[in-house]
Design a protein around this ligand. Structure first.
Ligand code: TXA
Ligand code: MG
Length: 323
């Protein structure tokens, strides 16, 4: 399908989406990372619907999506130069900045904290929707709380069904995993959630030390260990152990395997994984959903290399394996 926001059907969806947002309704829309469940970020009743539909604890803050970097000062105060530099370099794109909130920001957005997460998405449909609406859109991933994020409109419909007023279909998301989150509200930048924009790239632009999340951190549902998890138990297995693991687990019941090379033991449903981390991220959630739907007793995943380029994928796989 076309993702040209000028096409007639999409233009209609975008106009209707903006109207629904103005009326306090929920609109699911594609971003380059994953699909978002959008609501008017200035409307506490609309925000309440997000938490109700997702089944998400009220204390977990939402990311506000902006049309461009000029909107930033409407939502954040005390914006440090490092945040401006990161916004100039990576927006629009898969980067969320945590900054001090402006006084008018509803508590429902921030979970009552004094910070706010902001991002300018690059997806043309997200962009067109933000332009048409003209204000910030709060949007968590459009899945039920704790489940794998949706990367197609069908995933959204399968998860949320009639609880969402409109799903705008933009085809599969190009990045496939959630944005990199960088906290700039407490001095030196800290990566709270790895994503397609690597910690190294953040460090180069922010020109300073960039920590990774440790010690007391703000409440972040993405930081819960058991997040992004399929229902089927998922086990991460080192490459060298894969054949043995497949053989022994297959004795206990039907098995699905996601691996870089076909294991020798043939008693499993096998999917081959791309060796490029960006391509892997792009297919990861759709693949987990597909394997989850097979009704197997376990999903074995060959662990990707323990290298910085794989940090975001490894983060999501570790969470998916946790229970
Ligand atoms: O790529 C993404 O970021 C997607 C798309 C839709 O933009 N959104 C997304 O939203 O992943 P969600 O709600 O599933 O995850 C947002 C994460 C949560 O872990 C939340 O706790 C964190 O961002 N977050 C939001 N505001 C925050 C804040 N003020 N301080 C710390 N963490 C915050
Ligand atoms: Mg989420």
């Amino acid at each position: 399908m076309s993702v040209d926001p000028q096409s007639r059907d999409l233009a209609e969806d975008i106009a209707r989406g903006a109207e629904l947002l103005r009326a306090g309704r929920l609109v699911a829309f594609p971003t380059e990372t994953v699909y978002g469940l959008g609501a008017d970020a200035s409307n506490p009743a609309a925000l309440e619907r997000i938490f109700a539909v997702k089944g998400r604890p009220r204390s977990h803050p939402l990311i506000v999506h902006l049309g461009n970097a000029q909107w930033l000062d409407e939502w954040a105060i005390d914006v440090p130069p490092s945040a401006r530099a990161l916004a100039a370099r990576f927006w629009p794109g898969p980067l969320t900045l945590i900054l001090k909130r402006a006084p008018h920001v509803p508590d429902a957005v921030t979970g009552g904290q004094d910070t706010i997460g902001l991002r300018v998405p690059s997806h043309p449909i997200a962009h067109a929707l933000l332009d048409a609406f003209g204000r910030g859109i709060a949007a968590p991933s459009a899945n039920r709380f704790g489940r794998v994020s949706p990367t197609t409109a069908d995933h959204v419909r399968a998860d949320l069904g009639h609880d969402v007023d409109l799903v705008i279909d933009g085809g599969p998301c190009a990045v496939g995993i959630e944005s990199t989150i960088v906290d700039l509200s407490r001095g030196a930048p800290v990566v709270l959630r790895p994503g397609a924009i690597a910690a190294d790239a953040v460090r180069d632009v922010a020109r300073g030390d960039v920590g990774t999340s440790s010690g007391p951190a703000p409440r972040v549902p993405g930081a819960l260990a058991a997040h992004y998890a399929p229902r089927t138990p998922l086990e991460l297995v080192a490459s060298g152990d894969l054949d043995g693991a497949v053989e022994s687990r297959a004795r206990r019941g039907a098995l699905a395997v996601l691996a870089f090379e076909r294991p020798h033991a043939l008693s499993a449903h096998v999917e081959l994984a791309p060796r490029d981390p960006a391509a892997y991220a792009q297919m990861l959630y759709a693949t987990l959903r597909r394997l989850d739907a097979l009704g197997v007793t376990a999903i074995l995943v060959e662990a990707p290399p323990d290298e910085p380029a794989w940090a975001a994928v490894n983060d999501r796989l570790r969470r998916a394996a946790h229970r």
